[in-house]
Design a protein around this ligand. Structure first.
Ligand code: NAP
Length: 246
């Protein structure tokens, strides 16, 4: 295993849940972390916590991943401050589950914008720099819903299948470039993700569902595992599901 001292990681969607846990875990391994999301107050709190706990350098860059120029700025500022960008975690995402018949078209559009276009803008912003460096690691956070489709996950799954297709193409196109790619597919994790669902039928369906989700930290460890392997090891796909209770 390699250490992440003197490496720099950008994490999108670092203001809560899985992104926050990934940023902390990478900092614990010695990486300087650049925290991106829209809620900058939450990012500032995390930056202070990470700096005092792990002694690494941090930066907070308020970023909406659906804005191409904001993603370009995120990478530019990071390279100016740290000299390189070693890890880019495309984690920001929304899961606005709904049944197609209920026609939540604005939410479909939001999921396409954040989950697909946001990831593409991340690749657009980070990849040229990594190709120039001839080294780097891009993590794309997909989902178990990027491997299977459930009633009400149809559009969300479509966006997460797209993320997985991007990761698969990157793996093939970039295999001689020094840039590694890991597609991470979490199962259910206890975060704010479901708080934004508005379809009453989906909310009713969830009321009766009993399952013990994973913690965000459980996913963060898999990201740290992938980025701390020797440079010739390309961990392309990680699926992490909760065990069912006996
Ligand atoms: N929780 C699960 O069960 C689960 C399972 C599989 C996959 N995932 C995936 O894991 C990733 C993280 O989700 P989570 O579970 O940690 O949910 P979460 O706690 O709701 O976090 C989502 C993050 O995305 C950010 N975000 C949303 N829209 C954004 C935008 N336009 N620009 C920038 N940031 C934006 C949010 O930050 P701001 O609101 O501050 O911008 C927040 O930090 C997502 O891609 C999700 O699809 C989650």
């Amino acid at each position: 295993m390699t250490t992440l001292s003197n490496k720099t990681a950008i994490v999108t969607g670092a203001s809560s849940g899985i992104g926050k846990a990934i940023a902390k875990n990478l900092a614990d391994e010695g990486a300087n972390v650049v925290l991106a999301a829209r809620r900058s107050e939450k990012l500032k709190e995390l930056a202070e916590e990470v700096h005092s706990e792990y002694g690494v350098q941090t930066n907070v860059i308020e970023t909406d991943v659906t804005k191409r120029e904001e993603m370009e700025n995120l990478v530019q500022q990071t390279v100016e401050q740290f000299g390189s960008i070693d890890i880019f975690v495309n984690n920001a995402g929304v899961m606005l589950l709904s049944f197609l018949k209920n026609d939540h078209v604005d939410e479909w559009e939001q999921m396409v914008d954040v989950n697909i276009k946001g990831v593409l803008f991340g690749i657009h912003a980070a990849l040229p720099e990594m190709l120039k460096q001839e080294t780097g690691h891009i993590i794309n956070v997909s989902s178990v819903a990027g491997h299977e489709v459930f009633p009400s996950s149809t559009v969300y799954s479509a966006t997460k299948y797209a993320v997985r297709a991007l990761s698969m193409g990157m793996e093939k196109e970039l295999s001689n470039s020094g840039v590694r790619v890991t597609n991470v597919s979490p199962g259910a994790v206890d975060t704010e993700l479901t708080d934004h669902i508005t379809d009453g039928e989906v909310l009713d369906m969830f009321k009766d569902r009993k399952m013990e989700p994973l913690e965000a930290e459980d996913i963060a460890r898999s990201v740290t595992y992938a980025v701390t392997q020797p440079s010739y090891v390309n961990v392309n796909e990680v699926i992490v599901r909760p065990m069912h209770k006996r």
